[in-house]
Design a protein around this ligand. Structure first.
Ligand code: ADP
Length: 382
């Protein structure tokens, strides 16, 4: 092997930090030669001003310099042609034209996390569950489909210097999801930006069904998640347009219902579970959140009563398909504070009782294969 071959091999192994693949595989290498100890290395990046450019350039320099026989590196950074970029996005999509990779037949386990009403801690549970699954070594994606009440970017600490959620990098029509705590994340919050920089979600409130449907579909089709073990969807509460869209796009999804122990919350939670089932989705479990909390003096604080989780699980169970109550997560100031600080409690405070309850759900989900049992046939209106 010549020195130039060795340089090509070393440089080709450098990973693109956003695409998470070696740049050699991504066809980013151009001419490489070694002259009198000087390695001339040319690479082509996806887009001008690619945010990862500095990092790639530094890694390429270092990789080339580490090769025996190289005393100096002359690096030339160019940009792919539109044709090269198109070839790359097609390759990233697995050689297929634009299509949604998470529908029936996918090897990714798709889990939609839903609740009857807002404020029950659905997003908090979803964010913690996602990082807990990633910490177990699974490749995890998270789609924040809670278009009216998105909170996932903040909970995962995805904040750009201007205080808004970072915008995903685009390679033509392919979007690269930001990664937080090992989870690839896409959220409507990353696209709403008003001229004054205010990131208020007001813009989304007026959105109607078709626009919401397109947005969710675009998240599932145009975001490059790569091969995922698990895709979590943080659904908006209730049984509105997004629930129906996701039901149609992902009839293969498993559904996790989050409720508080309060009976008033559990009634609506049952309804959202039933709607999911009508589209063929399978309710795989109920998570009760904001349950009684043990106080330092040994007493318990039972703010929202008890029994809601078990009641929802019983109501969603049918003959031959028992829906389990997967966990009862206690009220926890730590869980809330860590969510506000952008580091999920399962990472920041794994010993907290709420973190442990969520980690158990992650362990259960990681251990149970997805199956077709208990799946009803999709209901299709004529
Ligand atoms: P949802 O997604 O259901 O609207 P969120 O996840 O946004 O709800 O949670 C609502 C609020 O409750 C947040 O401030 C969150 O930090 C807090 N919260 C969620 N779960 C708990 C819990 N177990 N203990 C204490 N606070 C919680």
């Amino acid at each position: 092997m010549t020195v130039a071959d060795a340089v090509r091999r070393a440089v080709g192994a450098v990973a693109d930090p956003e695409l998470r693949r070696p740049i050699g595989e991504l066809d980013m290498l151009r001419d490489i030669s070694v002259d009198d100890g000087v390695a001339h290395v040319a690479i082509a990046l996806t887009i001008v001003g690619c945010p990862a450019a500095d990092r790639i350039a530094a890694d390429v320099r270092q990789a080339a310099a580490s090769v025996d026989g190289v005393a100096e590196v002359a690096l030339e950074v160019g940009v792919m042609t539109p044709q090269e970029r198109q070839a790359l996005t097609e390759r990233l999509r697995g050689g297929k034209a634009r299509e949604m990779p998470f529908g029936p037949g996918t090897l990714t386990r798709v889990i939609a996390v839903t609740s009857g009403k807002g404020g029950v801690g659905k997003s908090t549970v979803t964010a913690n569950l996602a990082v807990a699954l990633a910490a177990r070594g699974l490749a995890v994606g998270l789609v924040d489909a809670d278009v009216h009440g998105f909170s996932i970017p903040g909970q995962l600490g995805l904040v750009a210097p201007d205080g808004a959620a970072p915008q995903p990098t685009r390679i033509d029509d392919l979007m690269l999801p930001p990664v937080a705590h090992g989870v690839k994340v896409i959220s409507i919050g990353m696209f709403l930006r008003r001229a004054d920089g205010d990131r208020s979600p007001l813009g989304a409130v007026a959105w109607r069904g078709p626009m919401l449907h397109r947005t969710v579909q675009q998240f599932l089709t145009d975001v490059y998640f790569g091969d995922l073990d698990v895709l979590l969807l943080d659904m908006p509460p209730g049984t509105g347009d997004v629930a129906i869209s996701v039901g149609q796009l992902l009839p293969n999804a498993d559904v996790l219902v989050v409720t508080t122990p309060q009976t008033a919350a559990s009634d609506v939670a049952v309804r959202s579970g039933l709607v999911a089932r009508q589209t063929g989705q399978r309710v795989i479990g109920v998570v009760e959140n904001m349950a009684a909390m043990a106080l330092p003096d040994g007493t318990t604080l039972d703010l929202f009563g008890s029994g809601g989780g078990a009641a929802v699980a019983a109501a969603l169970s049918s003959e031959g398909h028992e829906v389990p109550l997967l966990a009862s997560i206690p009220l926890s100031p730590t869980l809330r504070k860590d969510a506000d600080a952008g580091i999920p409690a399962v990472l920041a405070h794994p010993d907290d009782a709420a973190s442990q309850a969520i980690a158990e759900v992650a362990a259960t989900l990681a251990a149970t294969p997805r199956g077709l049992s208990g799946r009803s046939l999709p209901f299709r209106p004529q």
